[in-house]
Design a protein around this ligand. Structure first.
Ligand code: TGC
Ligand code: FAD
Length: 393
């Protein structure tokens, strides 16, 4: 039988006082749902490499699909801190769960809300918010990951429609998504965004197998073989790499919060274990080397909480820059991965088992540190921002 999930978050600097009553309510609702619906089955889902589809309705009910999308399009119309807190709670459950919600919210609903025609917004957004439609986001290609500007996927103008050819790789939610927001170059070489529907001739989504990470999130390819795309499904208000990168700003922001959730789960588990596990006649938490690990964990979590809350305030005021978001994504994911590795040591042999969430978080975070821009790409974004000299090429 699954162990009871009694998680309470560490709040060393009384960060809760910076949240509104509404923020705390939203956070607590998300946490309660994760405890009831996710914790009892997440280990089994990861071990068997399955995304439990029954999570979709619950995610919609807690407002995890498009938290900041206005109510007129079916979203809950929440602020950016609420969005972050929901992502934190989901990733406390599992990074794959947060991935599913991140993609739906920031990479599918955000571009449709920001760049699509009124007709497409009305057609897709309410159903995406309710989970009746699920989406995925195709930017990465087999030969173009960190450098999406080099993409080969392309559309050709055929008068009343476009024809799309190409392939995308590593696409979260692809195997079951009903629609895909896809980025491809037009004949002028400009990157264009468009909505593709499952079932259109020439569009397939083969699943990616053999992952040791994000096993509770479905990953796949998007393959386009002369897919006929109605002109109305292609965004007209944005051209160039800034289209997809603007979506990444929103997703990376959510990940910065999410990573704190994974880190907190590892820290709390390690702290509890260190007080219960007796070696050499005393709890291992009484040894200085264990205390060093735990003290550094709570220090790093507290720093990340402060960084991320401030970023949320800036985001609410439309003042958060892409480089500030990169700094938070990079810092917090590395922080979480470091904590997961240290927590794994504190749990000794038990740390490699599914009895504790540690190894699952650790393996998940190995994807999170790579997707949405790798650890090193985000460092180069900061370097570019402070020197004014891009070092990508
Ligand atoms: P660069 O010349 O710097 O910029 C091209 C144009 O884009 C603008 N721009 C941005 N706009 C909005 N937001 C941002 N963050 C932006 N960054 C740049 C820029 O101003 C410029 O605009 P304009 O008007 O002058 O044309 O472009 P570059 O080719 O040198 O690339 C820069 C670089 C390396 C930072 C960028 O390519 C990058 O971020 N690469 C990382 C790729 C990445 O993050 N891929 C993620 C794929 S999606 C994913 O992983 C989903 S996982 C989901 C899950 O499961 O949770
Ligand atoms: P590469 O770009 O080949 O990088 C390999 C290494 O080279 C990295 O360490 C990188 O930092 C380094 N490197 C590259 N360029 C430079 C440079 N200029 N300077 C220094 N070092 C450099 N993509 C989507 O579009 N949609 C999704 O839904 C999605 N979901 C994903 C889910 C999972 C589980 C994973 C693993 C990936 C997902 N991705 C998705 C793809 C992800 O965004 C890419 O994996 C990521 O951007 C890195 O690209 P790459 O894997 O091709 O690595």
């Amino acid at each position: 039988m699954a162990k009871a999930d009694n998680f309470q978050h560490p709040d060393y600097y009384l960060m809760d006082e910076l949240l509104t009553d509404e923020h705390r309510l939203i956070r607590d609702s998300a946490r309660a749902w994760v405890k009831k619906e996710v914790s009892p089955i997440v280990e089994e889902a990861c071990q068997s490499c399955v995304f439990p589809k029954q999570w979709i309705k619950g995610l919609a009910e807690i407002g995890a699909f498009g938290p900041y999308i206005p109510q007129e399009y079916g979203g809950p119309g929440l602020d950016q801190i609420s969005y972050g807190l929901i992502m934190q709670e989901l990733e406390r459950g599992d990074s794959g769960l947060r991935s599913t919600a991140s993609v739906q919210s920031s990479l599918v609903m955000f571009p449709i809300y920001t760049y699509a025609s009124e007709e497409l917004k009305k057609k897709y957004l309410p159903k995406l918010a309710s989970g009746d439609l699920m989406g995925c986001f195709g930017l990465t290609e087999p030969d173009h990951g960190s450098n999406p500007n080099g993409m080969l996927s392309n559309i050709k103008d055929k008068g009343d429609h476009y024809v799309l050819n190409g392939a995308k790789m590593w696409i979260s939610n692809a195997p079951f998504a009903d629609i895909a927001v896809v980025w491809a170059k037009d004949e002028a070489g400009d990157i264009r965004g468009m909505v593709i529907e499952r079932g259109w001739a020439g569009f397939t989504t083969p699943e990616t197998h053999g992952k040791w990470s994000l096993r509770a999130s479905a990953t796949g390819e998007l393959v386009f073989d002369n897919v006929k795309v109605p002109k109305g499904n292609v965004f007209t208000t944005v051209k160039g790499l800034k289209g997809p990168l603007s979506c990444l700003n929103s997703a990376r922001y959510g990940i910065a919060w999410g990573a704190i959730g994974a880190a907190m789960d590892c820290y709390v588990s390690a702290l509890n274990y260190s007080k219960e596990r007796i070696q050499f006649g005393r709890p291992i938490g009484g040894f200085q080397l264990t205390q060093k690990k735990l003290a550094e964990m709570i220090t790093e979590i507290t720093k990340a909480q402060l960084l991320t809350w401030r970023l949320g305030v800036l985001k609410n005021e439309h003042r958060a820059t892409p480089a500030q978001i990169s700094m938070a994504k990079r810092n917090n994911v590395f922080m979480a991965l470091t904590i997961a590795r240290e927590a794994r040591q504190i749990h000794g042999g038990m740390g490699i088992t599914g009895e504790y969430p540690i190894m699952r978080h650790m393996m998940n975070l190995e994807s999170v540190i790579t997707y949405e821009g790798t650890h090193d790409i985000h460092l180069l974004i900061t370097g570019n921002d402070i020197t004014g000299i891009p070092a990508f090429e």
